[in-house]
Design a protein around this ligand. Structure first.
Ligand SMILES: [Fe+2]
Length: 213
């Protein structure tokens, strides 16, 4: 069995390989500005305190040997400004439920039953090409809400976007009523694809272009 460190290195390499093909919407001087990614409610479960382990791999907490339950998901994409230029050095934050639909937040009524092997919150700093990437799990649904991941984008000390990411494609149903509608919803939906990783295991991938002012 691989050590935790090797597993993590593999995960990051996989995410890196998968981000190489990240599409950037084509832009030219005379093209209209890109549509900004719509804002969505923050909701009640943003961390009270940022956990000490808040890296981009949410499937392992600290030096734990146990990996989070759930279907691994490589969620990645590009961060652009409205002129289509990549935004470098921004912090993308995500927070989401674990494999049984519980947040890493004491306000979640089922907090005591959460998967303690799941990090619950993570950050990814965009590179020179605006690329960000997370290794996480497919979030479980809770209440009447559709499956979603919360996200914030911070540039310096400023939060420039608070939003949510929804899922489509494959066998993943969009349960419940979505907050967003029409074109706004299109800009918040990501398609999930199953790919086979180097070690033969199945990993879900989802790519999302995010546009901020
Ligand atoms: Fe939520």
């Amino acid at each position: 069995m691989l050590t935790r460190k090797l597993r993590r290195r593999g995960a990051i390499a996989a995410a890196g390989l998968l981000t190489l093909g990240t599409a950037r919407p084509g832009t030219a001087q005379d093209e209209p500005p890109l549509m900004l990614t719509p804002s969505q409610q923050e909701g009640p479960y943003y961390p009270v305190e940022i956990p000490s382990d808040h890296d981009a791999d949410l499937t392992v907490v600290g030096d734990a040997e146990t990996v989070a339950a759930g279907q691994p998901l490589l969620l990645h994409g590009v961060l652009l400004d409205s002129s289509g230029e990549p935004v470098e050095g921004a912090v993308v934050e995500i927070w989401q439920t674990d494999a049984v639909g519980i947040y890493l937040h004491p306000g979640d009524p089922d907090f005591e039953d959460r998967d303690t092997a799941f990090q619950g919150f993570g950050t990814s700093v965009t590179d020179a090409d605006g690329i960000w990437a997370f290794r996480t799990i497919l979030p479980e649904v809770y209440g009447s809400r559709p499956r979603h991941i919360h996200a914030k984008v911070k540039v310096g000390d400023e939060t420039v976007l608070t939003t949510q990411i929804y899922f489509s494609g494959g066998d993943i149903p969009a349960e419940g009523a979505l907050e967003a509608t029409g074109g706004e919803l299109d800009a918040l939906l990501v398609a999930v694809e199953a790919v086979v990783a180097e070690d033969g295991s199945e990993v879900l991938t989802a790519e999302h272009a995010v546009v901020v002012p």
